[in-house]
Design a binder for this molecule. Structure first.
Ligand SMILES: C[S@@+](CC[C@H](N)C(=O)[O-])C[C@H]1O[C@@H](n2cnc3c(N)ncnc32)[C@H](O)[C@@H]1O
Length: 207
């Protein structure tokens, strides 16, 4: 089998053929400026094991490392913004897990390279929390989660300066209304109080 195909069965059942790096890069270069803007959001509705998302993260981390990260804390914050800007929907559980792992490992390796140390457990938990919310096991056509059949909900993560520097605001929206062509208003599901980025797992819902 080539690296693009895991099995003939999966190709026939799910159309699973992965895109080669050359093609991923050529396509991303069409929107190059967006791929190097740390907070620009990308959603891949059939993300497989993350070939596009991985390359986008690679580009964003390069920018962070070269220009934005004046300190370890700043690198951590900007990297959270970069990870939180990437969204994926994938029908197969193993692909979802591989996609999350590849994104996590890329960040962990970059961190290790720059600071000559492993990321802390606390920071790793934050990254994993965001990846679980953003890279989801879902059916992009039905716009539902595979396990529950409930409508897919995505979190919008935004950097804010309240209650203190390096805080993040989370706001959840139902996916089907985000992409509706008919002018339907976005359907807000839940807003959370903004908090320091290392506390986002404990952010409390507003109302
Ligand atoms: C052609 S592959 C592309 C994977 C990846 N985007 C890439 O370019 O390497 C299509 C992927 O979509 C997934 N898929 C198929 N039907 C889907 C659906 N209804 N919702 C979400 N993902 C789906 C398959 O499991 C497969 O991983």
């Amino acid at each position: 089998m080539s690296e693009q195909i895991k099995s003939k069965q999966r190709v026939s059942d799910h159309g699973e053929v992965f895109t080669r790096p050359e093609e991923v890069n050529a396509m991303l270069n069409l929107v190059k400026n967006e791929t190097i803007r740390v907070d620009s959001r990308f959603l891949e509705p059939a993300c497989g094991d993350g070939n596009f998302l991985l390359e986008i993260l690679k580009r964003k981390l390069e920018v962070i490392a070269k220009t934005l990260a004046k300190s370890q804390k700043e690198f951590e914050f900007q990297s959270v913004i970069a990870i939180a800007s990437l969204y994926g929907i994938e029908l197969l559980q193993d692909n979802v897990e591989t996609c999350r792992t590849r994104l996590f490992n890329l960040l962990a390796e970059k961190y290790n390279l720059i600071f000559s140390r492993n990321i802390s457990n606390e920071y790793a938990e934050i990254i994993k929390f965001i990846l679980e919310k953003n890279i989801i096991l879902g059916d992009a056509l039905k716009m539902t989660f595979v396990e529950t059949n409930w409508p897919i909900v995505f979190s919008q993560w935004s950097p804010v300066n309240q209650p203190r520097k390096w805080s993040i605001k989370r706001h959840d929206y139902e996916y089907q209304y985000l992409i509706a062509q008919s002018g339907s208003p976005y359907k807000s599901v839940q807003q959370y109080f903004s908090c320091y980025f290392m506390d986002i797992k404990n952010a409390q819902p507003i109302n």
